[in-house]
Ligand binder design. Structure first.
Ligand code: ZN
Length: 215
């Protein structure tokens, strides 16, 4: 079995052995064991690297037969490290089948080197959309009214003034519109044309929404 994979997490087991969590294009999320040969440069097994793997099934797990680096995404600074670590974190908790679409999303967002404050909520919104977990934001998730004033993590979307409860986040139709735009448009198109002050409430709602559905 040959597939492209993104290294989400790498653990040293000693004796040149490593346990990797991968998101692969064909198998989805899998854990593999890999033997690092002496003298082998293992950047292909480092977190965020995109690598072509030849995998062999051994019982209920996979072993790496061969691996060839396609692209490393080794962080050049602390900001890149934090951004990439935030991207892969939800992937480590979700049951994810193989998907070209999701693979392409992770691949392209790992490469981003600027505007992380925008890239992160854009990644989350697209991830939720692909996985069928996108919140209802066009109308009140409880009663269907158009005028939404809060975001309820528990109910999975925006709520109106009658349905809002204590602890719900402040929300607006403007935030709903912007969230939908961030979900539909590519990063390159949005990065020169967005309002920074809308990102914090959007990021908070998406993070809470995802955490509630995944943890
Ligand atoms: Zn309502």
């Amino acid at each position: 079995m040959e597939t492209r994979g993104i290294v989400l997490k790498a653990q040293r087991l000693g004796e040149g052995l490593r346990a990797l969590s991968l998101y692969t294009e064909l198998l989805g999320r899998v854990g593999v064991i890999v033997k690092v040969r002496r003298g082998e440069f293992p950047v292909k097994y480092e977190p965020f690297s995109i690598t072509r793997f030849k995998l062999v099934q051994k019982g209920d797990r996979f072993e790496v037969k061969e691996a060839k680096l396609i692209e490393e995404n080794f962080p050049a600074n602390q900001a890149e490290l934090l951004y990439r670590a935030r991207l892969v974190k939800p992937l480590l908790k979700m049951e994810l089948p193989g998907s070209k679409k999701l693979f392409g999303l992770v691949e392209s967002y790992l490469k981003i080197k600027e505007e992380f404050e925008l890239a992160y909520p854009m990644f989350l919104s697209k991830l939720l959309f692909i996985e069928g977990l996108f919140p209802e934001v066009r109308r009140c998730v409880s009663c269907g009214r158009r005028k939404v004033v809060a975001f309820s993590v528990k109910r999975g979307g925006a709520v109106c003034s009658r349905c809002r409860e204590e602890g719900d986040y402040k929300w607006s139709r403007e935030l709903s519109r912007e969230l939908i735009r961030l979900t539909k448009k590519p990063f390159e198109e949005v990065k020169g044309d967005y309002r920074r002050e809308l990102l914090t409430p959007i990021t908070r709602a998406l993070s809470g929404h995802l955490r509630d559905r995944v943890d």
